[in-house]
Design a protein around this ligand. Structure first.
Ligand SMILES: NC(=O)c1ccc[n+]([C@@H]2O[C@H](COP(=O)([O-])OP(=O)(O)OC[C@H]3O[C@@H](n4cnc5c(N)ncnc54)[C@H](O)[C@@H]3O)[C@@H](O)[C@H]2O)c1
Length: 419
């Protein structure tokens, strides 16, 4: 079987890796020449695969290319391109449409096309299918089409593509069977949906569920603090219930390419088709987007309690990625937090073992290389991500005389205040 994976990012590259290792002949197609050349030279650009993994991948026969004619020889083509929002917060399907047009121009009989990019219900049948049929081939007969949501969790050491069940929703039964046949070569469990719309919506339910529950604890964290209740202890207690409860943690805000973005895809479709708001998403968004300003207010109060003005104080941000132990900075809450602090007149510096350079509003923020020196030379610090390097140096937080606002609930000490 020959597979072409379109889009070699956080999703496409691990997929190419798993498929190639299982014996599938895989070619990776990407518009970004830097990515293509880097991979062919053995360099990884994502956290979950090291350069040694890319060397092993190349040894299986994998290669990256920007030449779309490889699609003509594929049995299966999987689309893993970004699905961001536009400036008005609406779905931006430009990459999906661009990739689909490229596939349509090279599509041959017998090929199966699968969309993995997160998107609103109806995209596979309403947008991909007509574009792919423009050349005269008929979906379900000449070629097959399915949606299979990506469930990758960067940095997760337990669950990867091979042991996370894969949902597949084909336009026809045969489409589902073809797509499931591909994935079952390297995924332990493939689950078939009634159709693409159910598979598309399942992904959005998963991400909206996280978004809403994170907002719930974020709002609780704010009023618990105001009422003198320790939210972290509340969560510790609640999660001892073995059924009916799943714990979520408050934070400085949600980040990454999924949680802050995907629920908007569902809200957009509900509004477009039914002219109704998706109230849970709107509320969750309002609360989660309010976290960076809330954290900045908490920092001002903390400085005030230490008789320091916020203007002119040196504030150290610890962890500027969107989650712990990875280098991905997309939609990181550290950015709106830093903007707020800069507006207030703080002098900012950051520490992050995963990020070499960091700019906010086009201004380069100074990097601190030593945690202990950074804490010592700051008026206050905010822990935004509890990277494993910080956990390993917890004693720095318990010993410091610098006031620390810990938004992760992982650190303690006489001068550490938790969210
Ligand atoms: N990153 C995650 O953790 C994650 C998890 C689940 C789902 N997803 C979803 O998966 C999709 C892909 O996300 P990602 O994080 O892998 O994105 P990414 O930005 O890491 O990678 C996308 C790649 O696609 C390439 N590309 C863009 N347009 C192209 C085109 N027309 N033809 C060929 N290549 C093209 C880009 O150059 C880039 O290398 C998104 O819909 C996202 O919502 C992401």
């Amino acid at each position: 079987m020959r597979a072409v994976i379109v889009g070699l990012g956080y999703v496409g590259l691990p997929l190419a890796n798993a498929a190639s290792r299982s014996g599938v002949d895989v070619v990776g197609l990407d518009l970004n020449l830097g990515t293509v050349d880097g991979l062919n030279a053995g360099r990884s650009h994502i956290d979950d695969l090291a350069d040694t993994d890319i060397a092993a991948l190349l040894a299986t026969g994998f290669r990256a290319t920007s030449d779309s004619t490889v699609i003509a020889k594929a049995d299966i083509v999987v689309i893993c391109v970004p699905t961001p929002l536009d400036d008005d917060g609406r779905p931006n399907l430009a990459a999906v449409i661009g990739a689909t047009k490229t596939i349509a121009a090279n599509l041959t009989k017998g090929t199966t096309v699968v969309l993995e990019s997160t998107t609103y219900p109806g995209t596979t049948e309403e947008i991909l299918k007509p574009l792919l049929e423009e050349g005269g081939l008929v979906c379900g007969t000449d070629f097959h089409l399915a949606f299979s949501p990506e469930r990758i969790d960067p940095g997760n050491r337990v669950y990867d593509i091979t042991n996370t069940p894969k949902v597949v929703g084909g336009v026809t039964q045969e489409c589902s069977t073809k797509a499931a046949g591909f994935y079952s070569q390297f995924v332990a469990e493939v689950v078939t949906a009634n159709g693409p719309r159910e598979a598309e919506t399942a992904k959005l339910l998963e991400n909206t569920y996280r978004h809403v529950n994170i907002a719930l604890v974020n709002e609780m964290a704010q009023f618990c603090f105001a009422m003198g209740i320790d939210i972290w202890d509340v969560i510790r207690l609640a999660k001892t219930k073995p059924f009916g409860f799943q714990s979520f943690s408050p934070s400085a805000g949600v980040g990454g390419h999924c949680i802050p973005i995907d629920p908007n895809y569902l809200a957009y479709k509900v509004r477009a088709e039914l002219d109704r708001p998706f109230r849970f998403v709107e509320l969750a968004e309002e609360i989660n987007q309010g976290m960076p300003p809330y954290v900045s207010r908490r920092l001002q109060d903390l400085l005030n309690n230490h008789s320091k003005p916020v203007r002119g104080s040196t504030v150290l941000i610890l962890g500027v990625t969107y989650k712990a132990n990875i280098s991905d900075r997309r939609e990181s809450p550290s950015v709106p937090l830093a903007k707020k602090l800069l507006d207030l007149g703080c002098r900012l510096q950051y520490h992050d073992p995963y990020v070499e350079e960091w700019s906010v509003n086009g201004v380069r923020i100074d990097k601190v290389h030593e945690l202990s020196a950074g804490l010592k030379n700051s008026d206050a610090a905010i822990v935004v991500q509890a990277h494993q390097e910080y956990i390993a140096q917890s004693d720095q937080f318990s010993a410091t005389s610098t006031p620390v606002l810990d938004t992760t609930g992982k650190f303690s000490g006489p001068n550490v205040e938790r969210l």
